[in-house]
Design a protein around this ligand. Structure first.
Ligand code: F6R
Length: 615
């Protein structure tokens, strides 16, 4: 969703802000804009379209000058994507400029109030209402900018990360956060502002992450002054040293971030294991579980809430938790869970799964579970994200930054963490015996190497992609542990190639989807030897006899399915519970190649945002 960047210091702000916006492109957006203060004037340039369009437009304007500036990529919520609705927004007098990520829910009522006081509006956005509300406070009360922002924010309902610049106070930028992330990069006599650290990591690795409900006045020559928006309490800012490196957020020779991230999976999974899976000692050490072990062992059931790909990882976890730890599991879309008045109490444990750690619906699920006294455990990738802060305990996936909008390494590392938890609990409860536990650990350790073997199939998978790229529809089928993989394969295809695709449990085909099958319809079937193999082979025969085109993911050396399928892609053998970690990889590559061949924007598919911070 929207991205925020700001700079104040001694360098040219334009270059830093534009580059920062490019680094935030992965969040998803439909328009972009900047405001620069050149020492006299506050100049704004904004446009519908990409940051590259903004650069073209800004090139011949005054917006390229100045040592202080703010920039924004907008993912439209209130008002269509057009130049007017793009950020930054000016206040009526032209004194203030604001950028905003989030939603002001009561903007309509405030807008009427301000209109009655003579304010005029030039866009359909809630953000323009907020900047004028701040100006209204400045007009009517004898306060400084920081205080005016605070008074205004205490009147709004909603979610926000904002940065406000006042040309009468050109040495400072005021920022605030509630429900959307905001980081302040701290350099030598310079500060950076951004939705995450990627826009400033090449300049500084010292950062302050604003906590929920905090605001800050960032002024050159002194430490940022942070306080609570609601009660004005001063907070001592915690400056942390970031582990992020510039290589992690660049393409590193790959054509797309998605491809780089697919190839990073062996390393990402090794990083997920590191310090946790001690194969020689026959141990899984996870502080987030060890610290709360009684909670985990005494729960009545686990509820998993997540969205999109993370929800698919939750479905895989349902199989492994029930199979190995014998704990009942329910998997919920966070967006449904939050509104359907679920029965939940202190004997339940909620596990939320989120790559970004910022998904609004998942945040709401946490709030609901906490109100009902359930213990909440988070599986997140982004360190320090809102979800990782709001949960009672958690485990990071350690996948490293995921920039391609289509989630890949986040998914496989989520499954890895959840499998480790299931095994650890299974051992602690005695639902898995020692020899099986050791067998699992040994097999888990081979997974990164086995993924490397699957990645070697890339050229072959590209050929398979070529043969089905013109399909209008596609079915994905799997059973057991591979049913969620079928869902994930279909999601990957639709989100980046815009081909309609559906995932189904293979046996459900007879109850409806089989009617779709004809010689035009590619059906991707996961048919590995471990996991209802014979049943899936029967399903494949049913497709074959209706002339469907079969693309099968099979175990190495399979001959039966080879006879029936148009194409097979082989993956190494593993324990059934771990097959999703291998079968997912060819499906990611298949979608990737199809999208590239169709000329789609793989890393930034239309209409999608990397972290969905609004409902
Ligand atoms: C799909 C995808 C989305 C996310 C979903 C949840 O490739 O990326 O479906 O999985 O928006 O996001 P997180 O995991 O950040 O909560």
């Amino acid at each position: 969703m929207c991205g925020i960047v700001g700079y104040i210091g001694q360098r040219d702000a334009y270059d830093i802000v534009i580059k920062g916006l490019q680094r935030l492109e992965y969040r998803g957006y439909d328009s972009a804009g900047i405001a620069m203060y050149d020492g006299m004037n506050l100049n704004i340039c904004k446009t519908k379209g990409k940051v590259s369009d903004l650069e073209k437009k800004a090139k011949n304007s005054n917006t390229v000058f100045g040592k202080v500036g703010i920039g924004h990529t907008r993912w439209a919520t209130h008002g269509e994507p057009n130049d007017q609705n793009s950020h930054p927004h000016f206040s009526n007098s032209g004194r203030l400029a604001i950028i905003h990520n989030g939603i002001i829910e009561n903007y309509d009522a405030i807008k009427i109030l301000l209109q009655n006081r003579g304010f005029r509006f030039h866009s359909d956005t809630d953000t323009e209402v907020l900047v004028n509300l701040i100006e209204d406070v400045l007009n009517n009360e004898d306060v400084k900018l920081g205080k005016a922002v605070q008074i205004a924010l205490n009147q709004v309902v909603g979610a926000y990360a904002i940065a406000v610049f006042d040309k009468e106070k050109p040495n400072e930028i005021v920022v605030a956060r509630l429900g959307s992330p905001l980081a302040i990069g701290v350099g030598e006599d310079e500060f950076f502002i951004a939705s995450d650290a990627s826009p400033f990591i090449e300049y500084t690795n010292s950062a302050i992450y604003l906590e929920e409900g905090e605001m800050g006045v960032i002024r050159l020559g002194r430490k940022p002054r942070i306080r609570k928006i609601q009660d004005d309490k001063l907070v001592d800012p915690y400056i942390q040293e970031l582990q992020l490196s510039i290589d992690q957020i660049e393409k590193g020779g790959y054509e797309h971030f998605m491809l780089k991230e697919i190839y990073e999976q062996p390393t990402a999974i090794r990083d997920t294991f590191r310090g946790r899976m001690l194969v020689d000692e026959g141990l899984i050490r996870m502080a987030g579980i060890d610290d709360n072990i009684q909670k985990f062992l005494n729960v009545n059931r686990i509820i998993i809430a997540a969205c999109g790909t993370s929800w698919h990882a939750g479905l895989v976890a349902e199989y492994i938790f029930e199979d190995i730890a014998r704990i009942p599991v329910e998997v919920e879309y966070a967006s449904e869970f939050r509104y359907r008045n679920p029965v939940i109490n202190s004997n339940d444990l909620l596990i939320v799964i989120s790559q970004s750690g910022e998904t609004a619906d998942t945040m709401a699920a946490i709030k609901l579970a906490k109100e009902n006294n359930a213990f909440v455990f988070g599986v997140c990738n982004v360190v320090g994200s809102s979800i990782s802060r709001e949960t009672n305990g958690g485990a990071y996936t350690h996948a490293g930054p995921e920039i391609g909008v289509a989630s890949t390494k986040a998914f496989t590392t989520q499954i890895t963490v959840l499998s480790l938890i299931a095994l650890k609990l299974g051992r602690a409860k005695g639902t898995i015996d020692n020899s099986h536990f050791h067998m699992y650990l040994n097999e888990m350790a081979t997974i990164p190497g086995k993924i490397e073997r699957v990645l070697k199939e890339n050229n072959h998978i590209e050929q398979v992609a070529k043969s089905i790229k013109d399909a209008k529809n596609c079915l994905y089928l799997g059973r057991g542990y591979n049913f969620p993989v079928a869902l994930e394969g279909a999601l990957k295809l639709k989100e980046i190639s815009y081909i309609h695709a559906e995932g189904y449990p293979a046996a459900e085909m007879k109850h409806g989807p089989i009617a779709l099958i004809d010689e035009e319809m590619p059906v991707v079937v996961i048919a590995t030897r471990k996991g209802h193999y014979q049943k899936v082979v029967s399903n494949i025969q049913e497709i074959k006899s209706r002339k469907g085109r079969i693309i099968a993911i099979v175990s190495e050396g399979d001959t039966t399915v080879k006879e029936l399928a148009e194409h097979v892609i082989e993956v190494p053998e593993t324990i059934e519970a771990l097959t999703p970690l291998l079968t997912t990889i060819p499906l990611q590559l298949l979608s990737y190649h199809i999208a590239v061949m169709l000329g789609k924007n793989v890393d930034q598919p239309r209409n999608l945002a990397k972290s969905v911070t609004v409902e």
